[in-house]
Ligand binder design. Sequence first.
Ligand code: SF4
Length: 280
Amino acid sequence: MNLGTSAQNTWCIGCGNFSILGAIKAVLQSLAEESLGLENVVLVSGIGCHAKIVDYINVNSFYSIHGRVAPAAEAIKLAKPGIKVIGFAGDGDAYGEGMEHLIFAAKRNIDITMIIHNNRVYGLTTGQYTPTSPLGYRARSTPFGTKEMPINPLDVMLASGATFLGRGTSHGLELLKKLFREAILHKGFSLVDVLQVCVTFDNLYEFYDKRVYELQDHEPSDRQKALIKIREWDYNGDGRIPLGILYKAEMPAFDEECKMENKIFDRDLKIRNYLRGNCL
Ligand code: SF4
Protein backbone atom coordinates (compact mmCIF):
# COMPACT_ATOMS: atom_id res chain seq x y z
CA MET A 1 0.00 0.00 0.00
CA ASN A 2 1.46 3.35 -1.00
CA LEU A 3 0.46 6.13 1.35
CA GLY A 4 2.71 8.65 -0.38
CA THR A 5 1.45 11.48 -2.59
CA SER A 6 2.91 13.47 -5.46
CA ALA A 7 3.01 16.68 -3.38
CA GLN A 8 6.49 18.17 -3.17
CA ASN A 9 7.79 18.15 0.40
CA THR A 10 8.93 21.64 1.37
CA TRP A 11 10.10 21.05 4.95
CA CYS A 12 13.70 22.00 5.72
CA ILE A 13 16.23 19.16 5.51
CA GLY A 14 16.57 17.64 8.98
CA CYS A 15 13.20 18.94 10.24
CA GLY A 16 11.65 16.79 12.95
CA ASN A 17 8.39 16.74 11.01
CA PHE A 18 9.86 13.97 8.83
CA SER A 19 9.91 11.62 11.83
CA ILE A 20 6.26 12.32 12.60
CA LEU A 21 5.35 11.73 8.96
CA GLY A 22 7.30 8.47 8.83
CA ALA A 23 5.80 7.22 12.11
CA ILE A 24 2.18 8.01 11.28
CA LYS A 25 2.46 6.48 7.82
CA ALA A 26 3.89 3.27 9.30
CA VAL A 27 1.13 3.13 11.93
CA LEU A 28 -1.68 3.77 9.43
CA GLN A 29 -0.23 1.13 7.15
CA SER A 30 -0.08 -1.48 9.92
CA LEU A 31 -3.59 -0.63 11.15
CA ALA A 32 -4.88 -0.91 7.58
CA GLU A 33 -3.28 -4.34 7.23
CA GLU A 34 -4.98 -5.45 10.44
CA SER A 35 -8.56 -4.23 10.00
CA LEU A 36 -8.87 -0.45 9.81
CA GLY A 37 -10.02 0.63 6.36
CA LEU A 38 -8.19 3.82 5.49
CA GLU A 39 -11.43 5.17 4.03
CA ASN A 40 -12.47 5.31 7.70
CA VAL A 41 -9.67 7.70 8.65
CA VAL A 42 -9.69 11.50 8.43
CA LEU A 43 -6.65 13.63 9.14
CA VAL A 44 -7.05 17.27 10.21
CA SER A 45 -4.30 19.87 10.36
CA GLY A 46 -4.05 23.53 11.32
CA ILE A 47 -1.75 26.34 10.22
CA GLY A 48 2.02 26.13 10.41
CA CYS A 49 4.84 23.97 9.06
CA HIS A 50 3.18 20.88 10.57
CA ALA A 51 0.01 21.42 8.53
CA LYS A 52 1.56 20.26 5.30
CA ILE A 53 1.69 16.71 6.70
CA VAL A 54 -1.80 16.01 5.36
CA ASP A 55 -0.55 16.78 1.82
CA TYR A 56 2.01 14.01 2.14
CA ILE A 57 -0.32 11.18 3.20
CA ASN A 58 -2.79 9.64 0.81
CA VAL A 59 -5.74 9.63 3.24
CA ASN A 60 -8.85 11.84 3.48
CA SER A 61 -7.90 15.12 5.12
CA PHE A 62 -9.10 18.55 6.07
CA TYR A 63 -7.08 21.75 6.49
CA SER A 64 -8.63 23.75 9.31
CA ILE A 65 -7.66 27.23 10.46
CA HIS A 66 -5.25 28.43 13.12
CA GLY A 67 -6.06 27.01 16.55
CA ARG A 68 -9.11 25.12 15.32
CA VAL A 69 -7.84 21.61 14.70
CA ALA A 70 -9.62 20.18 17.75
CA PRO A 71 -13.11 21.56 17.02
CA ALA A 72 -12.87 20.55 13.35
CA ALA A 73 -11.82 17.04 14.40
CA GLU A 74 -14.63 16.90 16.98
CA ALA A 75 -17.24 17.94 14.42
CA ILE A 76 -16.08 15.26 11.98
CA LYS A 77 -16.18 12.63 14.73
CA LEU A 78 -19.70 13.59 15.82
CA ALA A 79 -21.00 13.66 12.26
CA LYS A 80 -19.51 10.24 11.49
CA PRO A 81 -18.81 8.42 14.76
CA GLY A 82 -17.43 5.27 13.13
CA ILE A 83 -14.30 6.91 11.76
CA LYS A 84 -10.91 7.61 13.29
CA VAL A 85 -10.04 11.29 13.39
CA ILE A 86 -6.42 12.28 13.88
CA GLY A 87 -5.57 15.95 14.36
CA PHE A 88 -2.11 17.43 13.79
CA ALA A 89 -1.27 20.81 15.27
CA GLY A 90 1.80 22.84 16.14
CA ASP A 91 2.53 24.14 19.63
CA GLY A 92 1.67 27.70 18.68
CA ASP A 93 -1.47 26.42 16.99
CA ALA A 94 -2.68 24.03 19.69
CA TYR A 95 -1.32 25.55 22.91
CA GLY A 96 -1.66 29.22 21.94
CA GLU A 97 -4.75 30.19 19.98
CA GLY A 98 -6.22 26.70 20.22
CA MET A 99 -5.77 25.98 23.91
CA GLU A 100 -9.35 26.61 24.96
CA HIS A 101 -10.56 24.21 22.27
CA LEU A 102 -8.09 21.60 23.40
CA ILE A 103 -9.22 21.96 27.01
CA PHE A 104 -12.86 21.36 26.10
CA ALA A 105 -12.05 18.44 23.80
CA ALA A 106 -10.14 16.86 26.70
CA LYS A 107 -12.93 17.71 29.15
CA ARG A 108 -15.47 15.94 26.91
CA ASN A 109 -13.15 12.97 26.43
CA ILE A 110 -14.21 12.88 22.81
CA ASP A 111 -12.60 10.04 20.87
CA ILE A 112 -10.09 11.93 18.73
CA THR A 113 -6.29 11.82 18.65
CA MET A 114 -4.23 14.99 18.70
CA ILE A 115 -0.57 14.85 17.65
CA ILE A 116 1.26 18.02 18.59
CA HIS A 117 4.37 19.02 16.63
CA ASN A 118 5.87 20.86 19.58
CA ASN A 119 9.02 22.57 18.28
CA ARG A 120 8.58 25.42 20.80
CA VAL A 121 8.86 28.08 18.09
CA TYR A 122 6.69 29.48 15.28
CA GLY A 123 8.67 28.05 12.34
CA LEU A 124 6.50 29.02 9.39
CA THR A 125 6.56 32.69 10.38
CA THR A 126 10.33 32.50 10.91
CA GLY A 127 10.91 32.09 14.62
CA GLN A 128 8.69 33.84 17.16
CA TYR A 129 8.26 32.42 20.68
CA THR A 130 5.33 30.13 21.52
CA PRO A 131 3.61 29.05 24.77
CA THR A 132 6.23 26.32 25.29
CA SER A 133 9.36 28.40 24.54
CA PRO A 134 11.68 28.58 27.58
CA LEU A 135 12.03 31.67 29.74
CA GLY A 136 14.47 34.11 28.17
CA TYR A 137 14.10 32.64 24.68
CA ARG A 138 15.49 35.13 22.17
CA ALA A 139 13.77 35.30 18.82
CA ARG A 140 12.55 37.87 16.32
CA SER A 141 9.66 38.97 18.50
CA THR A 142 11.71 38.82 21.72
CA PRO A 143 15.21 40.22 21.02
CA PHE A 144 15.80 40.69 24.77
CA GLY A 145 14.40 37.28 25.68
CA THR A 146 10.92 36.22 26.81
CA LYS A 147 9.79 37.38 30.25
CA GLU A 148 7.34 34.55 30.88
CA MET A 149 7.55 30.91 31.89
CA PRO A 150 6.36 28.29 29.39
CA ILE A 151 3.26 26.26 30.10
CA ASN A 152 3.42 22.53 30.69
CA PRO A 153 0.77 21.41 28.19
CA LEU A 154 0.54 17.86 29.53
CA ASP A 155 -0.19 19.23 33.01
CA VAL A 156 -3.00 21.35 31.52
CA MET A 157 -4.37 18.37 29.58
CA LEU A 158 -4.35 16.09 32.62
CA ALA A 159 -6.22 18.70 34.64
CA SER A 160 -8.73 19.12 31.79
CA GLY A 161 -9.71 15.45 31.66
CA ALA A 162 -7.64 13.91 28.86
CA THR A 163 -7.58 10.12 29.17
CA PHE A 164 -4.41 9.40 27.18
CA LEU A 165 -1.23 11.45 27.33
CA GLY A 166 2.08 10.56 25.75
CA ARG A 167 5.34 12.27 24.87
CA GLY A 168 8.00 11.41 22.30
CA THR A 169 10.75 13.16 20.34
CA SER A 170 11.56 13.42 16.68
CA HIS A 171 14.78 11.46 17.37
CA GLY A 172 12.81 8.44 18.57
CA LEU A 173 10.95 6.94 15.63
CA GLU A 174 10.12 3.59 17.23
CA LEU A 175 8.65 5.22 20.31
CA LEU A 176 6.62 7.60 18.14
CA LYS A 177 5.13 4.65 16.28
CA LYS A 178 4.18 2.98 19.56
CA LEU A 179 2.66 6.19 20.97
CA PHE A 180 0.68 6.99 17.82
CA ARG A 181 -0.69 3.47 17.59
CA GLU A 182 -1.76 3.38 21.24
CA ALA A 183 -3.24 6.87 21.03
CA ILE A 184 -5.28 6.05 17.90
CA LEU A 185 -6.61 2.82 19.40
CA HIS A 186 -7.48 4.51 22.70
CA LYS A 187 -11.22 5.13 23.21
CA GLY A 188 -11.39 8.75 24.26
CA PHE A 189 -9.34 11.93 23.97
CA SER A 190 -5.69 11.17 23.33
CA LEU A 191 -2.82 13.59 22.90
CA VAL A 192 0.81 12.92 22.02
CA ASP A 193 3.19 15.81 22.58
CA VAL A 194 6.10 15.34 20.18
CA LEU A 195 9.24 17.33 20.96
CA GLN A 196 9.74 17.98 17.25
CA VAL A 197 12.95 19.77 16.48
CA CYS A 198 12.93 22.81 14.20
CA VAL A 199 16.48 22.69 12.84
CA THR A 200 16.21 26.13 11.29
CA PHE A 201 14.99 28.28 14.19
CA ASP A 202 15.61 26.25 17.36
CA ASN A 203 17.79 23.19 16.89
CA LEU A 204 17.34 21.29 20.15
CA TYR A 205 18.47 17.82 19.05
CA GLU A 206 21.51 17.85 21.34
CA PHE A 207 19.55 19.36 24.24
CA TYR A 208 16.93 16.60 24.07
CA ASP A 209 19.35 13.77 23.40
CA LYS A 210 21.12 14.58 26.67
CA ARG A 211 17.96 14.74 28.75
CA VAL A 212 15.30 12.36 27.49
CA TYR A 213 14.70 8.89 28.88
CA GLU A 214 12.02 6.31 28.21
CA LEU A 215 9.70 5.40 31.08
CA GLN A 216 10.15 1.90 32.50
CA ASP A 217 7.77 0.29 35.00
CA HIS A 218 5.57 3.39 35.02
CA GLU A 219 1.92 2.70 35.83
CA PRO A 220 0.04 5.11 33.50
CA SER A 221 -3.35 4.39 35.07
CA ASP A 222 -2.18 5.91 38.38
CA ARG A 223 -3.11 9.57 38.06
CA GLN A 224 -0.87 10.71 40.91
CA LYS A 225 2.17 8.95 39.46
CA ALA A 226 1.32 10.35 36.04
CA LEU A 227 1.23 13.86 37.50
CA ILE A 228 4.65 13.38 39.12
CA LYS A 229 6.13 12.25 35.80
CA ILE A 230 4.40 15.03 33.88
CA ARG A 231 5.87 17.61 36.30
CA GLU A 232 9.35 16.13 36.24
CA TRP A 233 10.21 18.55 33.44
CA ASP A 234 8.54 21.97 33.22
CA TYR A 235 9.46 22.71 29.56
CA ASN A 236 11.91 25.28 30.90
CA GLY A 237 14.72 23.90 33.04
CA ASP A 238 17.47 21.38 32.54
CA GLY A 239 15.74 18.41 34.18
CA ARG A 240 15.37 14.92 32.79
CA ILE A 241 12.54 14.51 30.30
CA PRO A 242 10.40 11.36 30.58
CA LEU A 243 9.04 9.89 27.35
CA GLY A 244 6.34 7.29 26.78
CA ILE A 245 2.74 6.84 27.85
CA LEU A 246 2.40 9.12 30.86
CA TYR A 247 -1.30 8.67 31.57
CA LYS A 248 -4.04 6.36 30.40
CA ALA A 249 -7.54 5.92 31.83
CA GLU A 250 -10.84 4.37 30.79
CA MET A 251 -13.75 6.85 30.83
CA PRO A 252 -16.97 7.15 28.82
CA ALA A 253 -16.31 8.95 25.54
CA PHE A 254 -18.48 11.93 24.58
CA ASP A 255 -19.24 10.63 21.08
CA GLU A 256 -20.43 7.29 22.50
CA GLU A 257 -22.81 9.10 24.84
CA CYS A 258 -24.09 11.17 21.91
CA LYS A 259 -24.63 8.02 19.86
CA MET A 260 -26.94 6.70 22.59
CA GLU A 261 -28.85 9.97 22.58
CA ASN A 262 -29.12 9.92 18.81
CA LYS A 263 -30.62 6.43 18.99
CA ILE A 264 -33.26 7.54 21.51
CA PHE A 265 -34.21 10.63 19.52
CA ASP A 266 -33.60 9.09 16.06
CA ARG A 267 -31.59 12.01 14.82
CA ASP A 268 -31.65 10.85 11.20
CA LEU A 269 -35.47 10.69 11.19
CA LYS A 270 -35.69 14.16 12.71
CA ILE A 271 -33.36 15.56 10.06
CA ARG A 272 -35.33 13.83 7.28
CA ASN A 273 -38.61 15.22 8.65
CA TYR A 274 -37.06 18.65 8.99
CA LEU A 275 -35.94 18.56 5.37
CA ARG A 276 -39.43 17.49 4.28
CA GLY A 277 -40.82 20.49 6.07
CA ASN A 278 -42.42 18.43 8.83
CA CYS A 279 -40.47 19.88 11.70
CA LEU A 280 -42.33 21.33 14.62
FE1 SF4 B 1 10.73 22.30 10.09
FE2 SF4 B 1 11.48 24.56 11.30
FE3 SF4 B 1 11.86 24.25 8.68
FE4 SF4 B 1 9.39 24.56 9.66
S1 SF4 B 1 11.05 26.08 9.73
S2 SF4 B 1 10.02 23.08 8.11
S3 SF4 B 1 9.55 23.46 11.61
S4 SF4 B 1 12.83 23.05 10.32
